[in-house]
Design a binder for this molecule. Structure first.
Ligand code: ADP
Length: 205
């Protein structure tokens, strides 16, 4: 059986608005990249952590980031009083090779209300990019958000992420702070989802 779409699921193309295939742009495409590997090894300005609302660490990528950063990160996170779903907070990076960590809280995927989940996931990407820009982070790397234990299907999460990134670069980053957005995937399902969606949102120029 092929992945059946939940009843309320929109195809990725509707995330693009009325004109389905965006105009190809080399300069825009150059600002987005896909990598496969471990986000804790990246020496970018900011990495984005798929955190939970407590911001006190957890499993998956959150656990990996806290382990690599050391106790200083947990101590700083304790002072933040958590973070609502769909929002983001920034900290220092301690023993990590990056400069800052942006902690965002993705939604637990609700197939019965796909639109609400999608809105929150898009908000995670937009708020993280806003925080990066306002903190002069020019290079930012995202792990998958909600695509692990939070259950968001990768083939629906990838187009939502790319749509948010595209909109941010075109509409919200007027000052041109963000030079490069890297999406770092860990598992094959995420690699496949991004390879399929990337040319829809960032068509080859
Ligand atoms: P969530 O609770 O938001 O679903 P998870 O950490 O369970 O967060 O998963 C988010 C994504 O992070 C998943 O797609 C998973 O494959 C990926 N991931 C897990 N560890 C790492 C890592 N060290 N680097 C990059 N991505 C990772």
């Amino acid at each position: 059986k092929l992945n059946p779409a939940p009843a309320s699921t929109k195809p990725p193309s509707t995330l693009l608005g009325p004109s389905t295939i965006p105009t190809p742009s080399k300069s825009l495409n150059d600002r987005v990249g896909l990598l496969r590997g471990d986000i804790t090894t990246l020496a970018v300005d900011a990495i984005v952590n798929a955190a939970n609302r407590s911001l006190l660490g957890g499993g998956g990528v959150d656990g990996a980031i806290h382990r690599a950063a050391g106790r200083g990160l947990l101590e700083e996170c304790r002072r933040l009083n958590g973070c609502p779903t769909g929002s983001a907070k920034i900290t220092n990076a301690y023993k990590l090779p990056c400069k800052k960590v942006i902690h965002t809280v993705g939604p637990i995927y609700d197939a019965g209300d796909h639109d609400a989940s999608e809105k929150l996931l898009v908000s995670c990407y937009t708020k993280s990019l806003e925080l990066a820009a306002s903190n002069y982070c020019r290079t930012i790397a995202f792990s998958g958000i909600s695509t692990g234990v939070y259950g968001y299907p990768s083939w629906l999460a990838a187009p939502a992420a790319l749509s948010a990134i595209r909109n941010f670069l075109l509409e919200n980053d007027k000052a041109g702070v963000i030079e490069k957005v890297v999406i770092i995937t860990f598992e094959k399902k995420d690699v496949d989802a991004y390879n399929e969606s990337l040319p829809l949102f960032f068509p080859p120029a």
